[in-house]
Unconditional design. Sequence first.
Length: 388
Amino acid sequence: MSPTLAAHTPAERMAVAFARLLRGAGLKVPLGSVLTFVDALGRVGIDGRDGVYWAGRATLVRNPEDIPLYDRSFAVFWTHAQTLLDEQAVETLNLTLAIDDDSDEGSDDPGSSDADDECGPEITLRFSAVEVLRHKDFAEYTSDELQLAQQLMAQLRFIGPPRRSFRQHRSPRGRRPDLQATLRAALRTGGEPINRQWREPGDRLRRLVLLLDVSGSMEPYARAMLRFVHAAVSGRQRVEAFAIGTRLTRVTRELNSRDPDKALTEASTRVHDWSGGTRLGECIRVFNDQWGVRGMARGAIVVVLSDGWDRGDPVELGRQMERLQRIAYHTIWVNPLKVTPGYAPLARGMAAALPYVDDFVEGHSLASLQELAAVIATDISRHPRGRA
């Protein structure tokens, strides 16, 4: 029996119950699709059969060959939909959809349905362990929960405020005249430049640079953090990812695959010092010298994901963080230990780096990563330490 899910609205109860029925019939229905189905029901309503049918078909069906099975499942489900929406109804409902011989008490007719209280799968109308999972510490996740969390991470958007581009584009009120466009417009008015055209710099997406600590002290969190880094790299443009331990390893190419299993396997193979020691100062120095100062970190949002425990020289770490902060737009340090009651940045590395960090945030759960997304989106150009 799958975990019970807490339900709040009729649309949520309907979405969860239908998703469970589809899974019992053999369809693969990811949690992300169920959440999208809830949003769709909020737009089309839950009273009209056609609206609910097409909302589910558009969000829950991935393959055309699954449509006949979806249709039969929906026909059974809609018969009991009103019972599901009745707030005074009992919390369980037995639905039987005989599709194959997996059940003990199935019908001989593949298209038949039954609502027998004594047989059939039990659907508990509760929604969503997701809320519990959002606040659960990554160190306590099971393998199944990690896979579910990765689907939720893929829905986050880590996009910072735009920056001015050197490329010019047309504008009705620009500062630089567009001579070619003005001359073309003048040909339509007998050679008189009546309608003047202008150009101005456009906006471009800021680069996001992620530096993930994969040392032994980060082992309880590194497996979840690596999934977060993969979701960021595969979900948007201009993201660079590095693993930091006893050495610096660039893993952007390995994590760029849309297949999470393939990406995580290749990244793990690429990083040779996984669960080893930590030399944060040396690794950030290599990043600054080879990539950061040369352009990758200039005007970028740089996120360091580390607990701050460092075997290297803390003075060197402070010096390199100072270099990094001077050229980056926004430096963010994500520490999964920050949530610990009574936490203080007493580790030598963390204490040395903190003066050169614009934002110091938690990173132990999905909820903290949602807060991180908000911090990344913050425009700090007017902040005393912000840079344009």
